[in-house]
Ligand binder design. Structure first.
Ligand SMILES: Cc1cc2nc3c(=O)[nH]c(=O)nc-3n(C[C@H](O)[C@H](O)[C@H](O)COP(=O)(O)OP(=O)(O)OC[C@H]3O[C@@H](n4cnc5c(N)ncnc54)[C@H](O)[C@@H]3O)c2cc1C
Length: 455
């Protein structure tokens, strides 16, 4: 079977390439190969009752399937070049923002209308931050919420399913460059295509590495972000989240001069497990629907680690730290800030006595046995700095879940069209190491689709 375009991965990158191709050229024969399940079949077995922790499903429904890693996410589409990826370095700042706004328009047409667009522009909170040596990054944030995000994905699938051949539960094993186009090998068979868009996200990072090795596509090592997820009563951050929803605040530590930043803020949200290649880390999300909201707000505090020669395996470093927490806690560890400061582990009794109820069942323990001193010192300094703009952050009962690791794929060498050294082989989204967010990944999909259409 031969297709004009084969898309590997049905995350935001893959979905938006398919959407744009179909919209502009009804004749094109397009297939999407996805390792995970169709949207309706995606279900994480953790129910907090019978199954409390990750059981390591063959295909993780949180990370894989139609909608990709973003399907059960908070659906925060950050329209900015300040974070979320470096797409602008390839396509230009203005164009990158245009692409992100275009994606936002489509999300609005497919079920997102009525959701709120927050903005840092003109916020007094920025001034308040600077007074305390904290730096608020500029962004507009569309918050779809986990529930509406799911509706939008369902509507996009309905739009595409009759125009595109979807192959779910079909991981691609190999890409082979043919004389004209590409041979795509899966366990179930082989297909060919003229052009191929690879959008395999973080869950496909190991496979992406293998493809680049086999095809001799140059790659560069990337950073890894390591830290914790903070959970506290929603009131502590309400004055910030009510106005901005998500605030990306950066702080330079006095002790080491490291940058610590807030990431993925979820007002009235829940802390969740994340499974990356069998390693359990922590993440968070929240719902637009008030009935599903909790009393807590959560966000990550992350420290970026870049490595220089001879060490290249930054993800391996992050994985080892996450494995340590899995070894000690059987998964994610939770500790009260007060216990951490006093050098004592949290116990089930101490967590029980706290004035906050954790939204994730995690093992009470001691994060200082897991996180390197330099990273932990940075996080503690940042918590005290945040306490000045959001008093209560440094309370004894503030919960810290560890570890949160943001793995970045190695950066694949591509040109301004996100095309590799092979004609018609595009590498996009988080799998390329260029994007790390819903908006940037989706925008990269639109960008390559337009390049293919133009050719
Ligand atoms: C819990 C959680 C919450 C998040 N919240 C936010 C948020 O609010 N805002 C934000 O901007 N970002 C968020 N993110 C990050 C965001 O989801 C990703 O940046 C985005 O999904 C990347 O899109 P992508 O298409 O590049 O890759 P992905 O979404 O990872 O999709 C890649 C797809 O490729 C498939 N695949 C992998 N290998 C193969 C293969 N060999 N063959 C076939 N298919 C394959 C995978 O199964 C997957 O479905 C969150 C992530 C998580 C896990």
């Amino acid at each position: 079977m031969n297709y004009d375009v084969i898309i590997i991965g049905a995350g935001p990158g893959g979905i938006f390439s398919a959407y744009e191709l179909v919209k502009e050229n009804k004749e094109m024969k397009i297939a999407v190969f996805e390792a995970g399940h169709a949207l309706n079949d995606r279900r994480c077995p953790i129910d907090g009752d019978k199954i409390k922790a990750c059981i390591g499903c063959k295909s993780c429904s949180i990370m894989s399937g139609f909608g990709g890693a973003g399907a059960f996410s908070d659906g925060k589409y950050n329209i900015t070049n300040d974070f979320g990826g470096t797409l602008h370095e390839y396509v230009g700042k203005k164009h990158a923002l245009e692409l992100m706004r275009y994606v936002d328009d489509i999300n609005m047409q497919y079920g997102g209308e009525g959701t709120k667009l927050y903005s840092t522009a003109g916020s007094g909170f920025k001034t308040e931050c600077i007074r305390h040596d904290l730096h608020l990054l500029d962004a507009s944030v569309r918050h779809l919420g986990t529930d509406i995000n799911y509706v939008v994905l369902g509507n996009l699938y309905d739009e595409l399913k009759t125009k595109v051949d979807f192959y779910f539960d079909t991981p691609v094993e190999q890409i082979e460059a043919a004389e004209q186009g590409y041979v795509i090998r899966c366990q179930k068979g082989t297909v060919t295509c003229d052009k191929c868009i690879v959008s395999v996200g973080r869950s496909g990072s190991k496979w992406m590495e293998q493809v680049c090795k086999e095809l001799s596509i140059p790659t560069h090592s990337n950073r890894v972000d390591i830290g914790v997820r903070v959970e506290l009563p929603a009131e502590v951050f309400a004055h910030i989240t009510d106005e901005l929803y998500e605030s990306k605040i950066v702080y330079r530590t006095e002790k080491y001069g490291d940058l610590v930043r807030t990431f993925c803020m979820n007002p009235k949200g829940a802390v969740v497990n994340e499974n990356t290649n069998g390693i359990i880390t922590v993440n968070g999300h929240s719902y637009e629907d008030p009935a599903l909201q909790t009393k807590n707000t959560n966000f990550a505090l992350l420290v970026a680690k870049h490595f220089s020669e001879p060490f290249k395996d930054s993800n391996g470093y992050g994985e080892s730290i996450a494995r340590l927490s899995n070894m000690l806690g059987g998964g994610v560890i939770v500790q009260r800030f007060g216990d951490l400061i006093r050098g004592q582990r949290s116990t089930p009794a101490r967590i029980e006595e706290a004035f906050i109820t954790p939204t994730l069942t995690a093992t009470p323990g001691d994060l200082s046995l897991v996180l390197p001193k330099r990273i932990l010192d940075g996080i503690i300094e940042m918590i005290y700095a945040l306490d000045k703009v959001a008093p209560g952050t440094a309370n004894d009962d503030t919960l810290l879940y560890g570890v949160e690791v943001k793995f970045y794929n190695m950066e694949v060498e591509v040109n301004e069209n996100l095309e590799s050294c092979y004609d018609g082989l595009y590498i996009i989204g988080d799998g390329s190491g260029i994007t790390h967010s819903l908006s940037h990944a989706s925008a990269s999909g639109v960008h390559v689709a337009r390049d293919i259409l133009g050719k």
